[in-house]
Unconditional design. Structure first.
Length: 254
């Protein structure tokens, strides 16, 4: 997060962008759009857009030469901009992920504005087209009552259970390996193996550590159940989720 924050705070340096537009309709429009919408904090132009003349025969060679020799920091190759399958190929050498994401976002916005202008839509009609549907989800519980779906139960709790299970497995395996190494280094295992078979010894260790891990997981689940009882209005779905997780653990043991 810190490098991303520092990158955003750093003054954006101006860059040269070349546009390969076979139709010849978007180079000047892109130039005007980037001048208005992408400026540095001091008010200077961030991206200087210039149209690059080319032919189909020398396009690939031209792209390599212009980017490699530093004539342009990036090249936009526009394809099928008037259709619903518009494609823009971006060629560059040292543009970062954040900068590429910002450029792609602006190019999408430019294409949206261009299509709205071609259709002759008003500002209100354009906003209406961009308005997304707001969904509300409900489900029927076992008693037949309708209740809103809690996103905490649907998305966050499964991740929490998975995290608790993974942490229990990791801690138990680490303890098992540490105990085996310690006994081997102190020659305790040689004394134990003189009276107990190796399979029984390892079986006891694995069973003991496994039960310890299950105890830890059960303790964490009880804590989650206690906390969830105060913060979740619909406990039926929460209890059903816990029973599903317990059934999965029992299936794994059997």
């Amino acid at each position: 997060m810190l490098p991303q924050y520092l990158a955003q705070k750093q003054e954006q340096q101006s860059k040269r962008i070349g546009v390969l537009d076979l139709s010849g309709k978007h180079s000047e429009a892109l130039k005007d759009y980037f001048k208005k919408n992408l400026l540095t904090k001091s008010g200077e132009i961030t991206y200087h857009i210039n149209e690059v003349p080319f032919s189909r025969d020398n396009k690939k060679v031209l792209i390599k030469e212009l980017v490699a020799n530093g004539a342009f920091d990036a090249l936009f190759d526009l394809h099928h901009m008037e259709s619903d399958s518009a494609v823009i190929d971006i060629y560059h050498q040292n543009l970062g992920v954040e900068e590429l994401s910002r450029i792609q976002k602006q190019l999408n916005h430019y294409l949206l504005i261009s299509r709205i202008a071609e259709m002759g839509l008003s500002g209100k009609e354009a906003l209406l087209l961009q308005k997304q549907i707001r969904f509300r989800e409900y489900e029927l519980n076992e008693a037949g009552e309708i209740s809103a779906v809690n996103p905490v139960i649907r998305y966050i709790l499964p991740f929490m259970f998975l995290f608790v299970l993974v942490m229990g497995i990791i801690s138990s395996a680490q303890s098992l390996v540490s105990s085996v190494i310690e006994e081997r280094s102190n020659r305790i295992v040689e004394i134990i193996l003189s009276s107990v078979p190796a399979k029984d010894l390892m079986g006891g260790k694995i069973a003991g550590m496994g039960l310890l891990g299950l105890t830890q997981i059960g303790f964490y689940m009880l804590i989650i159940l206690g906390v969830g009882g105060y913060g979740l209005p619909d406990m039926s779905a929460f209890k059903r989720l816990i029973l599903q997780k317990l059934a999965g653990i029992l299936f794994f043991l059997c």
